[in-house]
Design a protein around this ligand. Structure first.
Ligand code: NAD
Length: 521
């Protein structure tokens, strides 16, 4: 039964200093230092972030280690009751969490209120349910004729074999900035559901809602030390966490370069590691598809969440017969329907990119495309009075938000497949659209990447659709759609996009040690 719970969380973070949450208490970083934090829509400072170091991490890991015997031994139903209460409190505070997520990250309030925050609550409920119902253990009875070479004698026996899933210990959960609270909850829910305790190190770019989560955890009755949250940079806080000797498991979502570093550090110390990394997802749009549906979906795929989605449809290959038509429809619809600006306005499709540093990165790719002679078009709405200016590298000046980090919806064509603009993850509202001729060529172009996170294929021919989907080297492939989500399906990438699968049963697998128990009868 879900218990009734309530909480009062801060509703305005302008004057709040974020603090670490260790052993159930809010504490300042031992360094006494804070990192600056900005609202990307206004460029104004909000809620400074603790610049924590290895001492803070050590305190947090010790607290998690001390809480592990109690939490891992607690009956699943009791853990689930606390998690369901966390879910209820997230739902109750959805409006505040969404508004503050928007102020910290730049995404629209509508998007945070309808996608990010409800999904956070859903993750806690999903894994509370799993743990209440019991983690599936496989059992078999087999008659074995077992030859032991050293004895060279056959020992026949009937054997009962059972798998057991046990909590690993203290987990390190390290997350990125594009879906700040969602990424934390996606890891936290399965991690603690199965009995692990943890230290979360959210990104220093967007820490606000994870700080608010600490209030929710406490109000929900989460025992001290089960969830510890340490804020700070990757180098000063993230790396000591990965290296800490008492951390048994590391779940990381972020960029490929950081992932490679964390993978080698953690792997070398024999920790379980999950790497969920970047992407440059291809779409193959065949001439026999429903073009209208494909165009609408690919506009969303390119620009939703400012293009800051790991599975964004960033490389769109369109069969030559409909290439020009696709571009014509794409340009027209973006200009008419994609409103960029105030993230709190329900009509806004996307807001500013997450930080000044990221604005520089995104616009540097636009300049590179221009230098390489590609065709670069900024598809802003000519009738939108809020758009005061678009600079030559795509920066937008929005009325009332003149210091914000806005980038125009950017369409790049006539670009070489080998260009860094096509090959590297830009992670902004910038899309490359290129033609292809045959099915073989399309598959070859789509797979010509170091990444392998997601892909989409568009055709009305069901046989072709499935044939092509099966040949794409991506962890998730959609046919005639994009981002239709099932949290019971595996999610993860190939190549530079990652090494593991999470979500649903795959998360339970990752966050537990699986033992094989054999009983001879
Ligand atoms: P990032 O790699 O810069 O940082 C991610 C996290 O790692 C942050 O918390 C950061 O502080 C920490 N970190 C940095 N250096 C570290 C180190 N040496 N040791 C330990 N921790 C360290 O990534 P980002 O810019 O925050 O996020 C964007 C990236 O995340 C994109 O590449 C995007 O595709 C990817 N992403 C992937 C998924 C997925 O599920 N595959 C989902 C969302 C985002």
């Amino acid at each position: 039964m879900t218990k009734t719970c309530t909480v009062a969380i801060p509703t305005d973070m302008r004057d709040v200093k974020i603090r670490n949450y260790i052993n159930g208490e809010w504490v300042a970083p031992t360094t006494g230092q804070y990192l600056k934090n900005f609202n990307p829509a206004t460029g104004q400072e909000i809620a400074p972030i603790p610049d924590s170091n290895s001492t803070d991490i050590d305190h947090a890991v010790r607290a998690a280690k001390a809480a592990f015997p109690m939490w891992s031994a607690m009956p699943g139903v009791d853990r689930a009751a606390i998690m369901n209460c966390v879910a209820d409190l997230i739902d109750q505070n959805c409006a505040t969490l969404a508004a503050l997520e928007s102020q910290d990250q730049g995404k629209t309030v509508t998007s945070a209120a309808t996608i990010d925050i409800p999904k956070c609550a859903a993750y806690f409920r999903q894994f509370a349910k799993y743990v209440t119902e019991g983690i599936r253990e496989t059992e078999s009875s087999v008659k074995l004729g077992c030859t032991m070479s050293s004895i060279s004698k056959v020992v026949p026996s009937v054997q009962k074999a059972t798998t057991q899933h046990v909590a690993s210990g203290v987990a390190a959960l390290i997350t990125p900035w594009n879906f700040p609270l969602l990424m934390v909850c996606e890891k936290l829910a399965p991690c603690i559901a199965v009995g692990n305790t943890c230290v979360v190190k959210p990104t220093e770019i967007t820490s606000v809602t994870t700080y608010l989560l600490t209030h929710i955890l406490q109000a929900a009755g989460m025992p001290k030390g089960v969830v510890n949250i340490v804020f700070g940079s990757g180098v000063n806080a993230g790396e000591p966490l990965v290296k800490h000797r008492d951390v048994r498991l590391v779940s990381f979502t972020g960029g490929c370069v950081t992932g490679a570093k964390i993978g080698s550090l953690a792997g070398g110390l024999f920790k379980r590691v999950s790497l969920e990394l970047g992407g440059k997802s291809p779409s193959l749009i065949f001439s026999d598809c429903n073009l209208e549906h494909a165009v609408t979906t690919h506009i969303r795929g390119a620009f939703q969440n400012q293009g800051e989605i790991c599975i964004a449809a960033a490389r769109q290959y369109v069969q030559r017969g409909v290439y020009e038509k696709f571009l014509e429809m794409f340009r027209k619809q973006v200009r008419q329907e994609i409103c960029v600006g105030d993230p709190s306005n329900p009509k806004t499709f996307y807001g500013p990119v997450s930080s000044k540093q990221h604005l520089e990165k995104v616009t540097s790719y636009i300049r590179l495309a221009q230098e390489e002679g590609a065709k670069v078009e900024f598809l802003t709405n000519p009738n939108d009075p809020a758009v005061l200016n678009v600079s030559t590298d795509g920066r937008m000046t929005i009325k009332g938000f003149e210091n914000g980090y806005f980038v125009a919806p950017t369409l790049i064509t006539n670009i070489k497949q080998s260009s860094r603009v096509v090959q590297e993850e830009i992670f902004g509202p910038v899309v490359c659209v290129m033609p292809f001729d045959t099915e073989e060529e399309g598959i070859q172009l789509a797979n010509d990447t170091q990444y392998g996170l997601a892909a989409t294929v568009w055709s009305e021919d069901q046989n072709k659709l499935m044939r092509v989907m099966r040949q794409l080297n991506s962890g998730s492939v959609w046919g005639n759609g994009w981002l239709a989500w099932d949290d019971c399906m595996p999610f993860g990438g190939m190549g530079c996009s990652g090494t593991t699968r999470e979500h649903g049963p795959w998360s339970l697998e990752f966050y537990t040690e699986t033992k094989a128990l054999y009983t001879h009868v």
